[in-house]
Ligand binder design. Structure first.
Ligand code: GLN
Length: 466
């Protein structure tokens, strides 16, 4: 099949289904077909191409794309066309992957359901009355509904993995620093990571290798090249051989608060891994009980600083005050009042509060200490086991509207995914079961920092045995 045919098939399916699913905020048919035509032309001439050339891809709308709108699902950036490409975008363009469009998310990636998008909720293709997870619900739904073979997401507290679990897709957060953040609109810079959203583990590995590796434009980028995850997956696939692997079941993430159907699916997969030869150990990470609280202090603190740049002058929306003098401060206030949604305002207020003089040590300081404890828990258990596993989420996808007015219930979605962000370790979600009422659930695998290959190995085994 030619790249033009493949790209056109995606565009046709998007045209047919996106009005219902709302996974895409922008579709770039012209740009994608131009890229595809170029790949086909080079192929016809026998020119050397990247092995992934010609396969269309979607990009979460908080990753900048030159000349193509990047809104972060916020009114404050409505219509903004970035003047440059993110490093990951540059890499996929260089490899010849046509970018078909930009996908929906919770505003500025704050949320767990994509309901906080200023441009409407994305629906879960498995059950359109349910949310697809968030913040990367658009990328996950697009892949799940076969609108596109794969997509890019960003994960600050679970925004690739949780939507992966809710839509039956594979979602990966690579080791912090493994993929350049240059051109990712910053939410919480010490937690953010870009990663793949795909339909299987092998695709995720191929995509991670393509986008990963050192980038001088990101000061937190690791100096080394992308780890060889594709070869690990190729060697593992189909073997169903888990011998020699030590797998830790995290006690704190596989009991209380997790729904029976999620736990049952999880235990079945753990049993299957044991049968495949893995040594299963129960491990305890007591600090994980405080991860959620620490995250919801650190994350808003960093977000409030990062979002200060949206001042009505530098990017996108500008709203002048309706009365009184037009000063910089008043333009900023009017723009932010009109441009930001409720959840974003909630977090900016939280973040500026925890950073304020007098509260800094009590909140932000304590949260940083918890972060250190979490890192130590990880270090200790990774002395005993190769990977940690848990359900990705406490429940299956919930109905649209169920948690929108209850921030705490919404935040509780992230209990299992957040520790990996706080510690910078790689983590992924791979689908491992479908509930009786036909909804997917996900299995999380976490490895020590820079050990992405062993995480992929276990994920491939899970894919094969479930
Ligand atoms: N649900 C989490 C939050 O709202 C995760 C967000 C993310 O990973 N971008 O903060």
């Amino acid at each position: 099949i030619s790249s033009v045919d493949l790209t056109q098939a995606c565009l046709d399916r998007i045209a047919a289904l996106n009005p219902r699913i709302n996974a895409f905020l922008a579709v770039d048919a012209k740009g994608a077909l131009e890229q595809a035509t170029e790949v086909d032309r080079k192929r016809a001439l026998g020119e050397k191409l990247h092995p992934l050339a010609g396969i269309p891809i979607a990009v979460k709308d908080n990753i900048v794309t030159r000349g193509l709108t990047t809104t972060c699902s916020s009114k404050i950036l409505d219509g903004w066309k970035p003047p440059y490409d993110a490093t990951v975008v540059e890499r996929i363009k260089e490899a010849g992957l046509p970018i078909v469009g930009k996908t929906n998310l919770d505003e500025f990636a704050m949320g767990s359901s994509t309901e906080f998008s200023a441009f409407g909720v994305t629906r879960n293709p498995w059950d359109e009355s349910r949310i697809p997870g968030g913040s990367g619900g658009g990328s996950a739904a697009a892949v799940s509904a076969f609108l596109v073979p794969w997509a890019l997401g960003s994960d600050t507290g679970g925004s690739i993995r949780q939507p992966g679990a809710f839509t039956g897709t594979v979602g990966v957060k690579p080791t912090y620093g493994g993929v350049s953040r240059y051109g990712l609109v910053a939410l919480a810079s010490s937690l953010d990571q870009i990663g793949p959203v795909t339909r299987n583990v092998a695709d995720a590995a191929a995509l991670q290798e393509l986008i990963g590796g050192h980038d001088p434009l990101d000061s937190t980028s690791l100096p080394e090249p992308a780890p060889p995850v594709s070869s690990t997956v190729a060697q593992t696939r189909g073997t169903r051989d888990a011998s020699g692997l030590k797998i830790g079941v995290v006690k704190e993430l596989s009991g209380e608060g997790y729904s029976p159907e999620v736990l049952e699916a999880f235990n079945r997969t753990v049993d299957a891994l044991r049968e495949a030869g893995a040594e299963i150990k129960e491990v305890s990470c007591p600090s994980f009980d405080y991860a959620l609280a620490a995250y919801y202090l650190i994350m808003p603190a960093e977000a409030s600083s990062n979002l200060a740049r949206f001042d009505g002058m530098r990017y996108g929306l500008r709203v002048d005050p309706t009365e009184g003098p037009v000063t910089a401060e008043r333009v900023m206030a009017a723009t932010r009042e009109a441009g930001f949604g409720d959840e974003v305002k909630r977090r900016i207020i939280l973040g500026t509060h925890v950073l304020s003089a007098g509260y800094y040590d009590a909140y932000y300081g304590s949260a940083q200490k918890v972060r250190t404890l979490i890192q130590r828990d990880f270090e200790r258990v990774f002395g005993e086991v190769d990977v940690l596993v848990s359900p990705t989420t406490p429940t299956k996808a919930f109905p649209i509207g169920e948690r929108i007015d209850d921030p705490l219930a919404m935040y509780l979605n992230d209990t299992a995914t957040i520790p990996a962000n706080l510690a910078g370790t790689p983590a992924l979600s791979v689908p491992n079961a479908v509930t009786e009422d036909g909804l997917p659930v996900g299995f999380q695998v976490v490895a020590a920092a820079k050990n992405d290959p062993v995480m992929y190995k276990v994920a491939q085994l899970v894919e094969d045995v479930s």
